[in-house]
Design a protein around this ligand. Structure first.
Ligand code: SAM
Ligand code: SF4
Length: 326
């Protein structure tokens, strides 16, 4: 079991396949001086498989593939087919661009959920956010997943003045389709120019949608990051991930493996442990994994206070989101 000093058990591993991407979302990928890791620095399929199996031996029962964009990796099909053999729930977070290219492989992996990121329903705003004119591709691929009956969620990073005028339009998507739209509070990472006044909070999101937690909150579990709400008569539901205004650290069961083989015990941690180099020199990674998880800080990587309005983002020490794996 992977237990930290506060008794939290870690059963959910997010594996980043790459720090490369076919979009350039401004809040995720730093504008200046961003270079992708050379291939030799990335975990290779056999290494991913080996490490994933060690984590399963240590009690991991859910794996999510992420990135960068997991589906830009040429060998993504091979990697996911291997992980699909493990006794875990397998999920994926993607920008959706390549879902049509990889549909047979996606189908074969039996993902419990495909989370597709889409921050706007407006083509010109999509271009502004991602610096690529690919809105139709993503939108059509969400339709494709629904048509195929593959469980699908839409991730929307909400920012004041950017897309907070579209929340109602996103909620409307859940009326006639069995889809969860997840609104994510904007978080600070290296190079993303985060300021507290861009964060639209959980409470503000509910307020602008006319959602009453007393009436609409769905039952949850202690490890949930999202609070889920259902409007009577709607096929789908909405959810809010309140990392900034109401963090959920006490029930955290998540750990992250970056594409270059570093283990992070928290999204906001300033430390990481290298598993890939020791693995390549024949060392057993299990003691390193256990020791690093044991040291996990109580809250927010030990770097952030509960009140995000007091946060000085430039003082945080972390990677950019694209290099962590969201
Ligand atoms: N490329 C894939 C995608 O876009 O879904 C997977 C990687 S991406 C880093 C994972 C998730 O993190 C996406 O839903 C993205 O919108 C979210 N994300 C990135 N930067 C963020 C930030 N600063 N605050 C909140 N969410 C963020
Ligand atoms: Fe790429 Fe996803 Fe980051 Fe956008 S959020 S730049 S799609 S990794």
């Amino acid at each position: 079991m992977l237990v930290d000093q506060f008794g939290r058990q870690h059963t959910y591993l997010r594996i980043s396949l790459t720090d490369n991407c076919n979009l350039r979302c401004f809040y995720c990928m730093p504008e200046e001086d961003y270079s992708f890791a050379p291939r030799a620095q990335l975990m290779q399929p056999a290494e991913i498989d080996f490490l994933a199996r060690r984590f399963v031996d240590l009690g991991v029962n859910k794996i999510r593939l992420t990135g960068g964009e997991p589906f830009v990796r040429k060998d993504a099909d091979l990697i996911m087919a291997g992980l699909a053999q493990l006794p875990v729930e397998l999920a994926c977070t993607t920008n959706g661009i390549r879902i049509d290219d990889l549909l047979p492989e996606i189908r074969a992996c039996n993902f419990s959920s495909m989370n597709v990121s889409l921050d706007t329903l407006q083509r010109d705003k999509f271009l502004q956010i991602t610096r690529r004119d690919l809105f139709d591709r993503v939108y059509n691929n969400i339709d494709l997943l629904l048509h195929e009956g593959i469980p699908c969620k839409i991730n929307v990073v909400v920012m004041k003045g950017l897309n907070d005028d579209e929340l109602v339009d996103f909620m409307a998507l859940t009326k006639d389709q069995p889809i969860e739209v997840r609104f994510i509070e904007f978080m600070p990472f290296s190079g993303n120019k985060w300021t507290s006044n861009q964060v639209l909070t959980h409470a503000e999101i509910l307020d602008s949608l006319g959602i009453d937690p007393e009436l609409h909150l769905m039952p949850g579990s202690p490890h949930d990051t999202a609070k889920r709400y259902k409007i009577p008569g709607y096929q789908g539901n909405i959810a809010v991930i309140s990392s900034m205004s109401e963090p959920f650290c006490s029930g955290c069961n998540r750990i992250r493996l970056t594409a270059d083989g570093k283990l992070k015990n928290c999204l906001f941690s300033d430390s990481e442990v290298d598993l890939l180099t020791p693995l390549r020199s024949g060392e057993d990674p299990i003691p390193l994994i256990k020791a690093h998880i044991y040291k996990k800080k109580a809250k927010l990587g030990g770097q952030m206070t509960q009140d995000f309005n007091e946060l000085e983002a430039e003082k945080l020490s972390n990677r950019s989101m694209i290099r962590i794996g969201g």
